[in-house]
Each structure stands twice: as C-alpha cells, then as structure tokens.
Design a protein around this ligand. Structure first.
Ligand SMILES: Nc1nc2c(ncn2[C@@H]2O[C@H](COP(=O)(O)OP(=O)(O)OP(=O)(O)O)[C@@H](O)[C@H]2O)c(=O)[nH]1
Ligand SMILES: [Mg+2]
Length: 459
C-alpha cells in the first residue's frame, strides 16, 4: 500500500502550485537551489508545476506557515488556475498541516511527502518497499489528527472521515501495529543479507560503495565500470536523468588492476534535507556504506551547486559515522564542463575526474580505488640482491621506506609495502613481515571552493 499523492483517482496529471518561504537565516544560493530542486521533485512525482508563490519572512507563521495575506493570495491562485495540490517547500509541522488543510480548498503536501511518494514509486525489492512504507508511517503518525483523508488512502479499510477521538485512537493503534509488523519483516530480510556479508568478509573481498547526490551519475559509472572490469553478472540498469532513480542497492563483482576481486555497490542517492523518517527507514541500506572498505563519492561536476551537494553528502556520511573510511572523490560529467575549475575536496583521500558516459578517467579511477580499497600493507625487512634492482625501485615507488642501507649482499630495506609487493619480496625477508594497521582519523567537514588555485585548473 503506497501513497501516490500526486496522482488523482483518474490518473490525470495534477496541477500543482509550489509555495516557497525564504527566511532571513537562509542563504540565497542554497535556498534557490533547494526550491528549484523541489520543482524537479514535484515533476518527478508526476505533477505539473503550474505556478510558484514566494514569501520572505523572518520566521514561519506559527499557525499557517505563510502569512495571512499570502494565504489569501494562495487561495485566489488555487481558484483561478484550477489547482489540485499545493506543495510547501519544507517539512510542515502537524499543526501547520492541520491549519492549512482547513484553510485551503485542495490537497496540501510538503517536500517530505513528495520525496516519500517518489520513493514509493521507485521501490522494487521487498526491503525497499517495506522501508518506504515504514518511513511513510513514521511521517504520518504525529500528523494523524486532521489527516482523515490521508488515512483513508493509506489504510483502505478504515473509515474515511475523522478525526473523532475514538477513530484517532484506532488509527494510531492500527499504525503502531503495522510499524511493528514491518520492522519484524525487515529484520528478517536483513538477516539474510548479513549472512552474505559475513561470507564476503571471510573471503576478504574489499567492498567499494558509491555514494553521492541524486543524479550525480553513480549508476552510470557503475555500469561503465562493470562493463569494462566486471566479472560475473554484468547486468546493471542504465542510469536515468531523474531524481532518486536508484533505490535498491546493486552489487557487482569487479576486477581491480592488481587482479584482485572487489565488490562495487550502487545505492540510493542523497538530497538536501533528506527526510528524517527516510534516513531512519533506510538506515540499513545506507549503513551498507558503513561496511565499505572504500567510499567513492560521485559528484556531478557540471551542476552549478555541486559544492552544496557535496556538503549534503558529507552531512549524511557524518550522520552514518563513516567519515573515517578512505574516500575517493570522483568529479563526474567532466565532458559537460571541459576546462572548468573544479576545486579540491578536503574530506577525500584522493580525487579523480571522469566522464562516466565517455569512459574517460575510469582507468585512473580504478587504480586509485585499487590503492585505497583496503589493500593490506605489510612492514617488511629485506635484503634485496643487487641483481634485483627492479624490485628495489618498485619498493621505492610503491612503498614507504623507513631504513635503507647498501650492504654486501644487497640493498637492506625496512619498508611498508602493499601485500602484493610483499609477496614478491618473500624470498628476501630477513624476518617475518608485520601487519600495518591503518590509522583512522575522523575528518572534519570543511569546504572551500571559493579560491581557485592554479594547479586545480582542469585542462
Ligand atoms: N554528460 C554526462 N552525463 C552523465 C554522466 N554520468 C551520468 N550522466 C547522466 O546523468 C543522469 C543521472 O545519472 P545516474 O547514473 O542515473 O545518476 P545516479 O547518481 O545513479 O542517480 P540516483 O540513482 O537518482 O541517485 C543520467 O541522465 C546520465 O546519463 C557523464 O559523465 N556525462
Ligand atoms: Mg542511480
């Protein structure tokens, strides 16, 4: 059971008006981007945005979100333009919803409901569907009073008009029961997945997770990589130019440049003010990221607000507590902005520029991913014969050298090297190699895309 709020019963495209409230504390650029994004979301959900209404205020009106005058104006617009649904630009409080529904002759939605609706349309797997329904119920619960209409859509069997106190209680109990049931079913689905995960861990296969803003190109990149380097199932759905195209996690096996197998995973994209009920419900999907050995942060470098989008992604990653992982930032869609200055990402371990559609930069990306994805490093103490000079210079290139001496039998080295190189050096070990435990530090969220530096210019 899903709420397809945007469609009416006849399946006719609904006519929507967007209402934006710009508060004194809002940053101009970020606010405008979020509002433009809301338009995209409403269209993605299938409605036609007929017009927009904006208001500047210090604070939202405590009763009706927008002021009384604006509300009157909105009423006139609804009448005149034959509007079916009003969409407000942020998450409305239960009180706002109640008052606005009473004051307006059409349906009232907020940004969160639109996102929930898109998720409901997209969910394909059992887990995805359960998660969306759970998020919808979490959103609905505190807003039950006055949402008789919403309840009838959601519950079906429940009476249509409310909110008599008794009915409200029945609704609450019904929803609570459903929440419990959904949580139980989700637990079951997840248990299965955990089994898979354990097996993977045992085989020491590194997991590389794509994260990024919605529409950044994660799926397109996944497809390009799997086509080139995939082993096993190479089917990946085509990326599409629409918001929240991907909801369910796809994982595929890929061969890294050093020959080792890795698992790449593509999952749901992020957005500003990702509804909290959704983060809660999708926590386990998002937490897959927490299991990853490497996080690949895909950025749409051609988007004018890509820095804001990056900050949003880092906010979510911080909430998921995964900023201690190595991060490879991939500036994608570079074909659309050739020569543009892009900037650095102080949060990432490495940066690379690619075009997923043209395939540019993928090999460099794979090499960097290879180096960052949990490749075990070992501290070796060796004496390499002089005739093996190539090996010595390889240690210089790939390792970190702590001691070096030219001895009679060869070059004495104490160095930290990748597992693969340690294997090659095995014959010359003077003592057992030691495992190097990677240092994990929590990074600070910090951005500065304002001052171009000469070596950051893309040629
Ligand atoms: N020009 C250009 N377009 C790209 C590139 N990579 C992706 N796109 C386009 O960007 C749009 C979004 O791509 P997706 O791969 O679906 O994006 P996503 O990050 O998976 O999006 P969600 O699943 O919604 O989070 C599609 O229309 C792609 O064709 C690129 O390198 N260059
Ligand atoms: Mg996708």
């Amino acid at each position: 059971m899903h709420m397809h709020d945007i469609y009416d019963n006849q399946g006719r495209t609904e006519r929507a008006v967007l209402v934006g409230l710009k508060l004194a504390r809002h940053d101009d650029e970020i606010w405008t981007m979020a509002f433009t994004e809301l338009k995209g979301l409403v269209e993605t959900a299938g409605a036609e945005v007929v017009t927009e209404l904006l208001q500047n205020r210090d604070q939202p009106d405590p009763a009706t979100y927008i002021g009384k005058g604006k509300l009157a104006e909105l009423n006139a617009v609804i009448e005149e333009l034959n509007i079916d649904v009003v969409v407000f630009d942020s998450e409305l409080s239960p009180k706002h919803v109640r008052n606005l529904e009473n004051a307006l002759p059409c349906r009232v939605l907020d940004r969160t409901q639109v996102i929930l609706d898109i998720f409901a349309m997209r969910a394909k797997t059992r887990e995805g569907k359960l998660q969306v329904e759970l998020a919808q119920l979490h959103y609905l619960m505190p807003r039950l009073a006055g949402q008789g209409a919403a309840m009838s859509r959601l519950g079906g069997g429940i009476g249509t008009r409310g909110p008599g106190e008794t009915k409200l209680e029945t609704d609450r109990r019904h929803i609570r029961g459903r929440v419990l049931e959904l949580s139980r079913q989700l637990d079951e689905v997840r248990k299965h997945r955990d089994l898979h995960k354990k097996r993977r861990k045992k085989q020491e296969i590194p997991v590389i997770a794509f994260v990024g803003y919605t529409n950044a190109g994660k799926s397109t990149l996944m497809k390009a990589i799997v086509e080139r380097y995939g082993t096993g199932n190479r089917e990946v759905a085509e990326g599409r130019n629409r918001l929240f195209d991907t909801l369910d996690t796809t994982t595929r096996q890929v061969q890294l440049p050093d020959g080792k197998t890795a698992i790449f995973s593509d999952t749901v994209g992020f957005i500003q003010q990702l509804p909290h009920s959704l983060i809660r419900a999708f926590r386990s999907t998002l937490e897959e990221t927490a299991e990853a050995d490497l996080i690949v942060h895909v950025v749409d470098a051609s988007h004018p607000g890509f820095d804001v989008q990056m900050a949003t992604v880092y906010d979510v990653l911080q909430e998921l507590n995964v900023l201690d992982r190595p991060i490879l930032t991939v500036f994608n869609k570079i074909d659309l902005v050739p020569g543009a200055w892009i900037g650095n990402d102080p949060n990432s371990t490495e940066t690379v520029r690619v075009s997923a559609t043209l395939g540019d930069g993928l090999d460099v990306m794979m090499e960097k991913a290879n180096d960052l994805a949990g490749v075990r490093h070992l501290l070796v103490t060796v004496e390499v014969p002089y005739k093996e000079a190539a090996l010595t210079s390889q240690v210089h290139r790939e390792g970190r050298i702590f001691e070096e001496e030219h001895r009679e039998g060869g070059t004495y080295l104490k160095a930290e090297v990748p597992q693969r190189l340690a294997d090659e050096l095995k014959a010359y070990f003077l003592q057992e190699a030691e495992e190097v435990v990677p240092q994990k530090e929590t990074k600070k969220i910090y951005f500065d895309f304002t001052t171009p530096e000469s070596d950051d210019v893309v040629h």
